[in-house]
Design a protein around this ligand. Structure first.
Ligand code: SAM
Length: 322
């Protein structure tokens, strides 16, 4: 493609086609080169597809080839590499670069109070049950929630804003939200708990007033989670594709929304089975609107769309001969 940004500028520097310019000797005057659009061969794509799948479980179909090129080109530029084969040799052997690659390819789209019906389900059906259970002394005043694939934090903080008014620390309740993600970059934003002011449109007015702060002076144009909700959310990097998670269950609620969509069916089912081992028998698993667990009907039943309860198997009867 001709006509990179520099070729239109009226700079006095020479702008040459890369191939011609690079053939010239080291004694040639300095030049600026056009950015060449990066392309990936079929073989290179297949190698990245396999590597990304092995490390993260994320399955990139061929339709995602342009996306892969777009996102990894930044890493190539950063490292001064010219081809995807050169980058593959680096990333295959370097765990730190693998983290950067996963950061680059992960899709972190999220919003506050995404899937509002799920939050209504909590307030109308789950919270009254927990309060009744405490009154009957069949549960402690402790609530544990896991946001698995929390991205930049909007999901765990939406949960914190929903839970805190119902279960105040002043009444002896302890709310604990663990928020995890594969992407180190997304987790850094989540830990900072600071977002663009536009995100305030996603948050109901009463929650904004009670739990969020508005930036001024150097922080103009931003919002930040206030201390009450920051106190109940903890972050950790967890790869859901790993064989075991460094996480302590059981949880009353597990949110794993719009994450399973990146895995193929086999990995998705393996991950859901593992997640369920961290869920309380009376807990709920929340998924995204495009994610159905109907193939796991031996393990979970649908309570409302996108919310599942584990099927609790009856314990085998004691052996009559004993
Ligand atoms: C589209 S976002 C969804 C965020 C949030 N759950 C929501 O629904 O708004 C998907 C998130 O899953 C994370 N993710 C992808 N693969 C993962 C893996 N193997 N382990 C943990 N997180 C992963 C990505 O980094 C990204 O932040």
């Amino acid at each position: 493609m001709s006509g990179g940004p520099l070729s239109r500028s009226n700079t006095s520097e020479s702008v040459l086609r890369s191939s011609a310019a690079e053939k010239r000797g080291a004694d040639a005057p300095d030049v600026f080169l056009e950015f060449q659009p990066k392309t990936i061969t079929e073989g290179e794509f297949l190698r990245f597809q396999e590597l990304i799948h092995r490390v993260s479980g994320i399955w990139l179909t061929h339709a995602k080839s342009a996306l892969l090129v777009g996102r990894l080109s930044k890493r190539l530029r950063h490292l001064g590499l010219r081809t995807f084969s050169e980058y593959y040799r680096v990333v295959r052997a370097d765990a730190e670069e693998q983290t950067c690659m996963l950061d680059a390819i992960s899709t972190n789209e999220t919003r506050f109070f995404r899937e509002p019906g799920q939050f209504e389900f909590l307030k109308q059906r789950v919270f009254p049950q927990w309060q009744a259970d405490v009154a009957r002394r069949v549960r402690a005043r402790k609530i544990r929630v896991w946001s698995a694939g929390c991205s930049t934090g909007q999901e765990p903080y939406s949960l914190a804003m929903t839970l805190c008014p119902y279960f105040p620390a002043a009444a002896g309740w302890e709310v604990e939200i663990l928020a995890t993600d594969l992407s180190r970059r997304a987790l850094a934003v989540a830990r900072e708990a600071t977002w663009a002011y536009a995100a305030s449109n996603e948050i109901p007015e009463n929650y904004l007033k009670a739990f969020m702060l508005r930036g001024c002076r150097g922080q103009e144009g931003k919002i930040k989670a206030g201390p009450e909700i920051r106190a109940v959310v903890n972050f950790a990097r967890v790869n859901l594709n790993d064989a075991a998670y460094a996480v302590n269950g059981p949880f009353d609620l597990i949110f794993c929304r719009n994450v399973l969509i990146y895995f193929d069916r086999e990995d998705r089912e393996r991950i859901v089975r593992r997640l369920l081992s961290y869920l309380s028998p009376s807990g709920y698993l929340f998924v995204g609107h495009a994610e159905s667990l109907h193939t796991l009907h031996d393990l979970v039943c649908s309570v409302i769309t996108t919310v599942y309860a584990p099927i609790v198997k009856a314990k085998p009867e004691a052996d009559a001969r004993r």
